[in-house]
Design a protein around this ligand. Structure first.
Ligand SMILES: Cc1ncc(COP(=O)(O)O)c(C=O)c1O
Length: 329
């Protein structure tokens, strides 16, 4: 390619946004190396594959609602030939007891912090350590699905690196809580991440011009990451205000900026009411309502970021009250 380039705008090399992002995240997470991936989906499947090959066991275990099994068309099996041994129960946190029932040898224990599908619950620091010990005593690796590690950290009130130190590999998202564009980072030791880089190329994830994603993530680390405690406090205030007829929140006191709201109406009616509110008031209350096992009830997820900070708790109550009234038969 013959082209003119401005020498003072390095988009590649050690001062480029991507290199700066990877260095910054390896420092923040206390891992020797951090590597960009276009998606968490790709990053986590690669991490599990590498642990499986190194340890020589084709099975990993994780909570029943983990993202890889539920939302990724089982790419771990279809692409990487791995097996999944489910653990725990769909409506509550993973426990040490659940893991003790996993008698098949596993290469990896995958832990998600917080557990999104159940409302963003986090295990206590002691429980988390006990689960990690369970894996280590069996010679298994421990991987963190840290899609929302940024949101989880204020609950533990420990540096990110101290949380990450429990795990061999850590995936973090560049877009969800950081309000970036897309992308993920996988962090770990040099050998593991060097190996991951090979798989990233094989899977088509070595995108040379992904720098705009890095720029957005660097801005998120500067501007949004320090706001996580404020987002969590606002989530708690909204949840406290939401104790009105038939509506409940899970957890009752959110541990992160993410929590669930349960409504006494079915998911299709709630979705119709949501669309009416978007059309009439220009406010989107949720993106997806999930049916509950009890008919005539549904739940949806709220994540408090900068967007939600401008809604006072009483305004949220009014909106949800109105949504329920519209959705009732
Ligand atoms: C808990 C969890 N893990 C992994 C992922 C995958 O991330 P990505 O969308 O970057 O593939 C998601 C995405 O929503 C997620 O919520």
């Amino acid at each position: 390619m013959l082209d003119r380039v401005a020498p003072d705008t390095p988009l590649f090399g050690p001062d480029a946004p991507m290199a700066r992002l990877e260095t910054r995240l390896s420092e923040l997470l206390g891992k020797p190396r951090a590597l960009f991936f276009p998606s968490g989906t790709m990053a986590q499947q690669v991490a599990l594959r590498i642990h499986a090959e190194r340890i020589g066991r084709g099975t990993f275990t994780a909570h029943l609602t983990n993202h890889l099994d539920k939302w990724e068309q089982r790419g771990y099996a279809a692409v990487h030939g791995l097996r999944y041994h489910p653990a725990g129960a769909a409506e509550r946190l993973l426990t040490l007891d659940d893991l003790q029932q996993v008698t098949e040898p596993v290469s990896t224990l995958l832990i998600e912090l917080p557990q999104r599908e159940i409302g963003g619950f986090l295990p206590s620091w002691e429980d988390l350590n006990a689960q990690v010990r369970w894996a280590r005593e069996r010679g298994a690796a421990v991987h963190l699905d840290g899609a929302r590690l940024w949101e989880a950290q204020p609950y533990y009130d420990r540096p990110h690196a101290e949380i990450a130190a429990l795990f061999d590999t850590v995936y973090v998202s560049l877009y969800k809580g950081l309000e970036g564009v897309r992308g993920a980072v996988l962090a770990g030791d040099e050998d593991t991440i060097g190996h991951a880089e090979v798989w990233r190329q094989r899977l088509g994830g070595a995108i040379p011009d992904a720098w705009p994603l890095a720029v957005a993530a660097l801005i998120g680390l500067d501007d949004v990451l320090p706001r996580m405690p404020a987002f969590r406090d606002h989530a708690v205030a909204i949840a406290e205000a939401l104790t009105v007829g038939g509506i409940s929140v899970v957890p009752a006191t959110p541990q992160t900026p993410l929590f669930h709201i349960l409504l006494p109406v079915d998911a299709a009616a709630a979705t119709r009411a949501r669309d009416e509110l978007i059309a009439e008031r220009g406010v989107q209350v949720f993106s997806r309502a999930q049916p509950e096992s009890v008919p005539g009830r549904c739940r949806f997820e709220i994540t408090v970021g900068e967007n939600a900070m401008e809604f006072e708790p009483h305004e949220v109550v009014e909106l949800i009250d109105e949504l329920v009234r519209r959705a009732l038969p």
